[in-house]
Design a binder for this molecule. Structure first.
Ligand code: GLY
Ligand code: MN
Ligand code: MN
Length: 492
């Protein structure tokens, strides 16, 4: 009897203890919070800016001043440029601007109809187009074809967007039907030139997107641990985006261990191991449509190994040196060439890049240009001042400097080094057309013993930088960047 009673008490004690541990474990990740709750620093730090009619009106005015346009027509097919000019966020719509007309700004939109709204959700309709988006006149989209001949009457200079097939076809149809003599100009280059210099509203939008992205980086420093899958980290990141009313502006890159070397790894399905690095290249999109782009690389177990530390310090130094070149008067690629110099000099000293005069040996380690504009697109539109598509022409050519930097430009600074597993064995495929086989073999033989020490390590450090009158501001500095900061933030 006593023995049974004793066993029962001990059993109950064990169950109560186990329950207490389980409850404790579910709340331990974020101290002081119940599950589903977040400390205030992770949510709702600021009001999400609503769009401001004046901003869009001013943009249309500026564009009109630069074009000798009798009429401008742009549809939602030219997504980002349409949004830049109108602020209108629905998937369909056409804007027509006719300077001097009694209705100079017209919007053609999905009409508010009970069944459309019931099935596909709320739309602004013609009333919303006038009240919320400042149209002088608004019509149902279906009216566009019928009204186009009248709108084109007496016009000579018309501007449309190269990606706007629907508008182009409609205009060409009316032109040949009526025998109109029209000069058709291209709208995109003028718009893109404006998009390069961010106005105050755009800077505020990008700051919000970047702040939320920085919060996500800070949050995962508290939750990452061996045994979690990359997609669980992705879930934590995008959870913070959503808790702030935002979503990812591009597919989140969450690459651990060898995946940290895959520049655009998005499968995110590997289970992380003790000793891995984890590279997270992520960006929230603000409600106004502006996209952040911030990368941090952290050790999954909270401590960098000596080899990881060495590569991380090097990439950090490249980022910091590049930062010094981001100022008005300098050119876009000056920061890139400086970072490349830091990386290639160090790789040479480490025995990884025997011949610094060899183009292909440098190209083996330098995969991309370290900066791009951000804005409505993560790789934002605009003339970069060199042929962006011909990567081999500028990536290692310091004489290609790109366009001059101006206050109001916002761009990334994202050097990286990637020791992809098996990359040395791919060298014939990569550079067989540039160097004789014996030269490639000699390189592999010389470099392999050092390369193997770092194999599987990939590090990228990406910040978003605003060019100011006298230098720059690192808008993503709030996400820990140094080894000390990262390791301190990961102590649990
Ligand atoms: N997230 C893509 C890039 O860094 O360019
Ligand atoms: Mn980037
Ligand atoms: Mn990125």
């Amino acid at each position: 009897m006593n023995r049974n009673f004793f066993i029962m008490v001990v059993g109950l004690g064990v169950i109560v203890l186990a329950l207490a541990i389980i409850i404790f474990m579910t709340t331990i990740q974020i101290p002081g919070c119940k599950p589903g709750e977040l400390p205030p620093e992770f949510i709702h730090q600021h009001e999400v800016t609503d769009f401001d009619l004046d901003v869009f009106e001013a943009r249309r005015e500026k564009i009109l001043q630069e074009l000798d346009a009798d009429i401008i027509i742009i549809s939602a097919a030219a997504r980002h440029d349409f949004r830049y000019l109108t602020g209108f966020t629905e998937r369909q719509g056409v804007a027509v601007i006719i300077p001097g007309d009694e209705d100079p700004y017209r919007l053609f939109v999905t009409p508010w109809e009970i069944y459309t709204v019931m099935w596909t959700g709320e739309v602004y309709g013609t009333q919303g187009a006038k009240e919320k988006f400042g149209a002088d006149m608004a019509y149902a989209l279906s009216e566009f074809d019928r009204m186009l001949p009248g709108m084109l009457e007496g016009k000579t200079n018309i501007y449309i967007h190269h990606s706007d097939n629907m508008v182009r076809e409609a205009v060409n149809r009316i032109r040949s039907l009526r025998g109109l003599s029209l000069n058709i100009g291209e709208l995109a280059p003028v718009l893109h030139e404006h998009r390069l210099i961010k106005d105050e509203w755009e800077i505020a939008q990008l700051r919000q997107a970047i702040d939320v992205t920085v919060k996500a980086h800070n949050y995962v420093l508290r939750t990452v641990r061996p045994g979690l899958a990359e997609y669980e980290v992705q879930a934590d990141i995008e959870y913070i985006f959503r808790r702030n009313g935002m979503g990812p502006g591009f597919p989140s890159i969450v690459g651990s261990g060898p995946n940290s070397c895959l520049l655009h790894h998005t499968r995110n399905d590997r289970v992380m191991e003790d000793g891995d690095l984890l590279l997270m290249d992520i960006g929230a999109e603000s409600l106004g449509g502006y996209v952040a782009d911030v990368t941090r690389t952290i050790p999954v177990n909270g401590r960098f190994s000596p080899e990881q530390r060495e590569i991380y310090e090097l990439v950090l130094r490249a980022n910091e040196e590049a930062m010094k070149e981001l100022k008005p008067g300098n050119n876009l690629l000056d920061c890139h060439h400086r970072a490349v110099g830091v990386l290639t000099d160090a790789l040479h000293e480490m025995g990884l890049l025997p011949d610094t005069t060899s183009w292909w040996q440098k190209r083996f380690y330098i995969q991309y240009r370290i900066n791009h504009f951000i804005g409505l697109q993560v790789h934002d539109a605009g003339d970069y001042g060199f042929n962006d598509a011909a990567r081999n022409d500028h990536i290692l050519s310091p004489d290609v400097r790109g366009r001059e930097l101006k206050p109001g430009m916002i761009m990334t600074n994202e050097p990286g080094l990637y020791f992809m597993v098996g990359l040395l064995d791919g060298i014939h495929e990569m550079f067989g057309h540039l160097a004789p086989e014996e030269e490639l073999n000699a390189f592999v033989e010389q470099v392999r013993p050092v390369y193997e020490r770092y194999e599987g390590i990939g590090v990228r450090l990406e910040d978003c930088v605003l060019i100011t009158e006298d230098g720059n501001i690192n808008l993503s500095a709030g996400a820990p960047r140094t080894i000390e900061e990262i390791e301190a933030a990961m102590i649990r």
